[in-house]
Design a protein around this ligand. Structure first.
Ligand code: NAD
Length: 260
């Protein structure tokens, strides 16, 4: 029987990351959860996933903006499971403001969490994947890895950056049984999106309802939000053997947004 695989899903206490962690646990993988939130709620989540799916689930609260915390989390995974077989770089934050008013600390945090963290996790996870000649790296990018929107300079820069990083890693490890792909969701109604609605309304001088209808869903030909479950199932597919030839892609799951 194949050894049970271990997956690290960064930013998995909420939204898309939580759906991915649940999906991979249901596929029989051991899971390292990561992200912020109420300690008791996270423990409920951790124990619930472990009990429901009969897998090991650890939680590490590493701040993905900090290199030392990332290194400690990967060392913990290596001690527990020998290393990470499936790496999902998902943790992300957003800030909406005109570029000439963009707070410098927000720029630095977005670049650190949405881009540089994936460099650290990837460099630390790869030696184990190379040794096993098997691995999956899935970066949750965004439609904003392919197109821009005003007032999201740091986010768009970080997401375009992760697209390039993904392609580079894919080329470097292509002959070693390891794939690297970027998944690019359109708008998914998670706390990350809900939180930016008031700021977008302010930046554009419109109501919050208008932001949902005329800014967010206006971009999406399907006129509905992508669901966390749809993204999670795509990630699970990319983890399977049927996806062994899919690598170096920057793959939209955006209701047709980037077809415009
Ligand atoms: P979310 O706010 O619901 O979840 C973000 C997760 O990241 C949470 O678990 C949070 O605790 C964690 N996190 C935030 N800062 C962190 C840090 N410094 N260290 C560790 N964990 C941290 O957001 P979401 O919508 O589920 O977003 C997940 C990913 O999907 C992000 O990379 C985001 O850019 C991307 N994405 C989201 C959408 C969308 O419409 N929601 C669209 C495209 C891409």
């Amino acid at each position: 029987m194949r050894k049970q695989r271990a997956a690290l899903v960064t930013g998995s206490t909420s939204g898309i990351g939580l759906a991915i962690a649940s999906e991979l646990a249901s596929a029989g993988m051991n899971i390292m959860l990561n992200g912020f939130g109420d300690a008791a709620a996270i423990e409920d989540l951790r124990a619930g996933l472990a009990n429901t799916h009969g897998v090991e689930v650890l939680y590490d609260g590493a701040d993905m903006g900090r290199q030392d915390a990332i290194e400690a989390m990967l060392a913990r995974a290596a001690q527990q499971w020998g290393g990470i077989d499936v790496l999902v770089n998902n943790a992300g934050i957003q800030h909406v403001a005109p570029v000439d008013e963009f707070p410098v600390d927000k720029w630095n945090a977005i670049l650190a969490i949405n881009l540089t963290a994936a460099f650290h996790t990837t460099r630390l996870a790869l030696p184990h994947m190379k040794f096993n000649r098997w691995g999956r790296i899935i970066n949750i990018a965004s439609a904003h890895a392919l197109v821009a929107s005003p007032f999201k300079s740091a986010y768009v820069a970080a997401k375009h950056g992760i697209a390039g990083f993904t392609k580079t890693v894919a080329l470097e490890v292509a002959e070693q049984g390891i794939t690297a792909n970027a998944v690019c969701p359109g708008y998914v109604l998670t706390p990350l999106v809900e939180k930016q609605i008031p700021d977008t309304a302010k930046a554009r001088g419109i109501t919050e309802e208008q932001v949902k209808r005329d800014v967010l869903l206006a971009a999406q030909p399907t006129k509905r939000f992508v669901t966390t479950d749809e993204v999670a199932q795509l990630v699970a597919f990319l983890c399977g053997d049927a996806a062994a030839s899919i690598t170096g892609t920057v793959m939209p799951i955006d209701g047709g947004w980037t077809a415009h």
